[in-house]
Write a protein that binds this ligand. Structure first.
Ligand SMILES: *Cc1c(COP(=O)(O)O)cnc(C)c1O
Length: 464
């Protein structure tokens, strides 16, 4: 399998380069040259597999022969051994809702499904091909802890995560700063999340610094993350349908950067019998407006909501969908992106908008609706939804045969849970005792210079 850029101006590359590169060098996102088609017999066979064996099958056509099958199997087994549920992503039924729980990994949010795998994959490729990787990222909460959990203790990898001091929740902060592995470097910057993100951008834009210090990213644009997330759509379909090809199911997907729902779209394009993919957004509803109008228009500011992991202005994976929507016509993609750059919006034509509406439904939920949904579900069944999952359940009301993706454990958001139902969700083991554990973190001014100086000091013994 070869990978191309959505902007069409790089030579085709292999799976290893696509994973190590993250973003294409022309600024586009990497996409597979073709989407593998899974036939009916294969789907029936896959419907009976356990999660890890299914992951091996789903990933194999994308990985090709770049990783021997037994090695890939080992990577997958290791990645999901850290999950506390034997099914990895179990499907639970409660009060008429089918909920796919994606939060049984080390940080109790769905990003673990992809980042546990990505950490092992990076380590494997670096050991095989030589080199080292210094991951640098900024976080407002969930991504940082999942990236740290995926990278801790890995050979040839150092990981630096910037968070805005005092502006992430105490639990989220502790999930990062209590990880004491020597290769994990937490940095609290005296500023906002935007400051932290701008610092990271500045470092990556300094190309000579970036290459001298082997900087890499783990944000949601890495193709391996999409791939790992595609697996649980197949898994859920197998559990619901028992392999009956006539059984089409829908998915409600709490959406921010469009990574998760894009993985569902990929599964559908591979031939999985998916009926509707429901994009669920909070007040940051750029994607919902796009599905309804065909116009993708950036707003002035990000709104803070009760589902913070979905507080985004521009959905970084959206460009991948645009590419497949336009059948890989990169000239058209470049024109649309130029519009977006120039005016803050892009518009797809009527025929393409029809296809968008055939691919997706979309609904936005307000904070009030989010609270009401948590309350209603708890009242009906005792099941406690996290606020992100509640946005999804709200969005897909009335959808027949729907699976709701549960993207985080509710105990990560107990302030909101308490506001909705007057009591807290009991924490899973991974969130217990965090407030008493030892922490390590440095505090720096919110300037690129300060962070650069720190990185250089930490890395100088390794970079010779
Ligand atoms: C990241 C995240 C999302 C949004 O996922 P995307 O792939 O960015 O659309 C939803 N819920 C939770 C809890 C998250 O951490």
């Amino acid at each position: 399998m070869h990978y191309l850029s959505t902007r069409g101006t790089i030579e085709p590359i292999g799976f290893t380069d696509a994973v190590m590169m993250g973003l294409a060098t022309d600024g586009g996102l990497l996409v597979p040259a073709t989407i593998p088609q899974i036939d009916a017999d294969t789907l029936r066979t896959w419907s009976r597999l356990r999660f890890q064996d299914l992951a091996l099958e789903v990933m194999t056509p994308y990985v090709g022969d770049t990783i021997p099958r037994e090695d890939l199997r080992t990577l997958i087994e290791r990645s999901y051994a850290t999950f506390t549920h034997p099914e990895v992503t179990p499907l639970v039924e409660t009060a008429g809702l089918r909920i796919l729980e994606l939060f049984h990994g080390p940080t109790a949010a769905f990003k673990d499904v992809a980042l546990q795998f990505l950490g092992n994959l990076f380590e494997y490729l670096l050991a095989r091909d030589g080199g080292q990787l210094n991951i640098v990222g900024a976080t407002s909460g969930d991504t940082g802890s999942a990236a740290i959990a995926g990278g801790r203790g890995k050979e040839r990898i150092q990981i630096f995560i910037l968070h805005p001091k005092g502006r992430v929740s105490p639990i989220q902060e502790r999930q990062m700063t209590t990880v004491l592995d020597a290769n994990v470097h937490n940095i609290a910057v005296r500023g906002t999340f935007d400051d932290a993100q701008n610092i990271v951008k500045t470092l990556f834009n300094d190309l000579s610094f970036k290459s001298a210090y082997h900087l890499g990213a783990v944000n949601s644009i890495n193709w391996a993350r999409i791939l790992a997330q595609t697996v649980y759509y197949f898994y859920a379909w197998g559990r619901v349908s028992g392999g009956d090809l006539a059984r089409r199911i829908s998915f409600a997907v709490p959406t921010g950067n469009f990574g998760d729902v894009f993985a569902g779209y990929l599964a559908k394009r591979m031939g999985l019998p998916i009926d509707r993919l429901v994009i669920a957004t909070n007040r940051n509803d750029i994607l919902t407006r796009f599905v309804q109008t065909g116009i993708y228009a950036v707003e002035d500011a990000v709104h803070q909501t009760l589902s913070p992991a979905m507080d985004i202005q521009i959905a970084s994976n959206f460009e991948r969908y645009l590419y497949f929507l336009h059948d890989g016509d990169t000239v058209q993609i470049r024109a649309l992106l130029a519009d977006l750059q120039a005016s803050g919006e892009l518009t797809v034509d009527t025929a393409h908008h029809e296809r968008v509406r055939a691919d997706f439904d979309a609904t936005a939920a307000s904070d009030a609706e989010t609270l009401t949904q948590i309350q209603a579900t708890a009242a009906a069944s005792g099941y406690i939804l996290c606020p992100h999952t509640a946005v999804g359940v709200h969005a897909a009301q009335g959808q027949a045969d729907c699976v709701y993706l549960a993207t985080a454990h509710p105990a990560k958001f107990n302030d909101t849970v308490c506001a909705a139902i007057g009591r807290e969700a009991p924490p899973p083991p991974s969130l217990q005792g965090l407030m008493e554990e030892e922490t390590r973190c440095v505090e720096l001014d919110a300037t690129a210079e300060a962070v650069k100086t720190h990185l250089t000091a930490v890395l100088s013994p390794v970079v010779r």
